[in-house]
Design a protein around this ligand. Structure first.
Ligand code: CA2
Length: 149
């Protein structure tokens, strides 16, 4: 059994409550419940967090360095601005999957660049909240494959 961190950036606490056309009807609590169910089916545990503060996300990445096996992260707007989150992820050795609920490439050009993609092992965008499930599955698969020296 391994511990997977699922981290969510600013404003994602509003999921399901505003802009359903872009982000769907599921709330973050629904997403968390789905992630917990899937993780336990796959034999893993999750720590699920959301914050509107950059430093809290960085602190959780540091915590994951100690006890986490993988990270699924939707950095939200910090995707496009945060070199600090990229630096923190670069210190983490396990699999990292970046998630976006919307297809950022179909949206404004300022959403096309991601700092986090410089470190992510995979990026899922535009598949709605199902992206979280796919991200957890991918981390679980990567945890099964022995690391190359
Ligand atoms: O598509 C995504 O998941 C994003 O990471 C969401 C971010 C946005 O800044 C990224 O470019 C793409 C915004 C999260 C805001 O979430 C809300 C949810 C419901 C209502 C309002 C905001």
């Amino acid at each position: 059994m391994s511990l997977i961190y699922v981290l969510n950036g600013p404003n994602l606490n509003l999921l399901g409550k505003r802009q359903p056309r872009i982000y769907g009807h599921e709330t973050l609590a629904d997403v968390e419940a789905d992630c917990r169910k899937l993780a336990s089916e796959l034999g893993h545990e999750i720590r699920f967090h959301q914050s509107n503060r950059e430093y809290e996300i960085i602190d959780w990445i540091h915590e994951a360095r100690e006890d986490g096996a993988g990270i699924v992260i939707n950095p939200a707007a910090f995707t496009h601005t945060s070199l600090a989150i990229l630096d923190a992820l670069n210190t983490f050795e396990g699999p990292v999957i970046e998630i976006h609920i919307s297809n950022v490439h179909k949206r404004e050009s300022f959403r096309h660049h991601s700092f986090v993609s410089h470190r992510a092992d995979g990026v899922i965008a535009g598949l709605g909240t199902e992206g979280y499930q796919l991200g957890i599955r991918r981390v679980a698969t990567m945890l099964k494959v022995p690391k190359k020296e």
